[in-house]
Design a protein around this ligand. Structure first.
Ligand code: SF4
Ligand code: SF4
Length: 511
């Protein structure tokens, strides 16, 4: 692929490696401005290859590059091209070959935020579905290794990752199943990469053992679950939110995870970066709890310049071999420092209960120390981690608690209830685990009832009940999945609760 260009027309141009093109026509079919055609010539393999026949129409969007299965074409905006050349960079496709996976990781003396690596950031305004936006968020966060097994409705996340990763020095492996995928990413994490696995429905069930392994070995990792209807194979193409408890409790033993619930493609991008930062900070599995509707809805997604994104690197040790204990922590910081396998430290990583050296320690004292620390590193930082978005909860009689796609529906139900003169607030869980019990308890003094719509038969509502502890009414608005709630259903529940409040008959509506 050459980096030469002649006339400057349009907003961008393309670079073509004619010799490896196999003439599949994807680039031509998916070019939004129809500016490509096949050449009259043949390449050495006997295929016509794409040529830019209407250069004034090319906007450098790189859709051709995204869809090319052989990385034989690449589109770039003139502005980006000039910036890259002034920085001495090669074309993106060539950059991919030069940057080995994990090489972007530096060794800072303390864990600190830095701007994102521009190679992984597709700056611009896009029209993306949630799955694709999640992939872009992962790449922007510095994720350079993903493994997965195709399963609806999550496949598009890694489909895009497979196409994009080689351009930024990353790699995707489609493993033989979810068990293999969920262990492959952990090998890559210990090799130094930021890692991702993606699944849905029964795939999440299969991954559970290895999510437990990531918890006990403190392997930074992000796990995307694009939730669909269940149990078992359930409704592969339709939404659900019924994995919320499985995300927290699905693997055996005591441990803590963090879970995020985006409600739009823009949040799939933004929160994915946050998910990676949390995985690096707390060295635990971070669950990215999407759902089919969020995964497949297509909306405007704005990806900022790399310099505007905040990315956290792993807490690499500065200690020399012999000084370093892989699982040693301090009272103030319960998250151990990490090393990259193969860089001089001898490390032992096991799913058995282990001591600070990482060696198996089969006794109750070691179990007590390790398991409590795995839980405490999240529990002690709960206030820092929780993320709720509130709308009109102060002074409200009733608060709707929602998350993910249900929160989008609840917005219109809350607005309709307010039009009826009801004092209703909305509290959205952006981070679902750890659950913001403290905030719910604070509200109980003024709020008299909580309404909790979910695409399940009542899961997170149990946490609301636990936090409220009988001091306010809690009303579940369950839905078995397959579609979303009708806004009128949530509204009807709010109105019922309001009437019960008036008549002092809350017990009749409370779940
Ligand atoms: S960069 Fe975009 S506009 Fe240009 S040829 Fe490729 S797909 Fe078409
Ligand atoms: S998508 Fe790639 S392989 Fe297919 S015709 Fe275009 S350049 Fe050639």
């Amino acid at each position: 692929m050459t980096d030469e260009d002649t006339a400057r027309e349009g907003k961008g141009t393309i670079f073509v490696r004619a010799e490896i093109c196999k003439g599949c026509s994807f680039c031509i079919d998916f070019c939004p401005t129809d500016c490509l055609e096949f050449s009259k010539d043949f390449n050495a393999k006997g295929y016509h290859y794409p040529v830019l026949v209407r250069p004034a129409d090319c906007n450098g969007c790189d859709m051709c590059g995204l869809f090319c299965p052989d990385f034989a074409i690449y589109g770039e905006r003139w502005k980006k091209l000039d910036e890259r050349r002034s920085a001495g960079g090669a074309p993106a496709a060539a950059r991919g070959a030069e940057v080995p996976a994990g090489a972007a990781v530096s060794v800072p003396s303390v864990q600190q935020y830095r701007p994102a690596d521009p190679a992984g950031v597709l700056t611009g305004t896009h029209f993306l579905d949630g799955d694709h936006a999640a992939c872009e968020g992962a790449l922007a966060a510095g994720c350079r290794f993903a493994a997965g097994y195709p399963i609806t409705p999550s496949t598009e996340v890694v489909e895009r990752f497979a196409a994009r990763a080689p351009r930024v020095g990353g790699m995707f492996i489609q493993m033989e199943d979810e068990l293999a995928s969920s262990i492959a990413i952990q090998g890559a994490a210990w090799g130094g990469a930021k890692v991702l696995s993606v699944t849905s429905g029964p795939g999440l069930s299969l991954m559970m053992e290895h999510i437990g392994l990531a918890a006990i070995t403190e392997t930074p990792s992000v796990w995307v679950d694009v939730q669909r209807g269940g149990p078992s194979t359930g409704l592969p193409t339709l939404p659900g939110q019924a994995d919320m408890m499985q995300a927290k409790w699905g693997s055996h033993g005591d441990y803590e995870i963090i879970a995020l619930s985006p409600n739009s493609p823009q949040e799939c991008f933004d929160l994915m970066i946050k998910a990676f930062n949390l995985a690096e900070e707390y060295r635990c599995p971070v669950m990215f709890m999407m759902d089919e509707v969020v995964g497949h809805m297509t909306e405007r997604v704005v990806i900022p310049e790399a310099s505007e994104l905040r990315v956290l690197d792993r807490k690499w040790t500065q200690k020399k071999p012999g000084e370093y204990l892989p699982f040693a922590t301090t009272e103030d910081d319960l998250v151990p420092e990490m090393v990259k396998a193969g860089e001089g430290h001898r490390i032992h990583v096991t799913g058995l209960t282990h001591d600070e050296r990482g060696y198996p320690a089969m006794n109750p004292e070691a179990q007590d120390r390790l398991v409590k620390r795995l839980a405490d590193k999240i529990r002690r930082n709960k206030d820092k981690i929780v993320d709720v978005r509130e709308d009109g909860v102060l002074g409200a009689d009733i608060v709707v608690v929602s998350y993910g796609i249900t929160s989008r529906v609840a917005i219109s139900s809350v607005a309709a209830a307010r039009e009826k003169g009801l004092k209703v607030g909305h509290l959205r869980l952006v981070i679902t685990w750890p659950f913001p019990a403290k905030r719910i308890r604070e509200l109980v003094g003024t709020v008299r009832a909580f309404v909790v719509p979910e695409l399940n038969l009542g899961q997170m509502v149990l946490e609301v009940e636990r936090a409220v502890a009988g001091r306010a009414a809690v009303v579940s608005v369950p839905h078995a999945g397959g579609t979303v709630h009708e806004p009128e259903v949530i509204l009807a529940s709010i109105v019922d609760v309001a009437r019960a409040l008036e008549g002092n008959k809350l017990a009749e509506v409370a779940s």
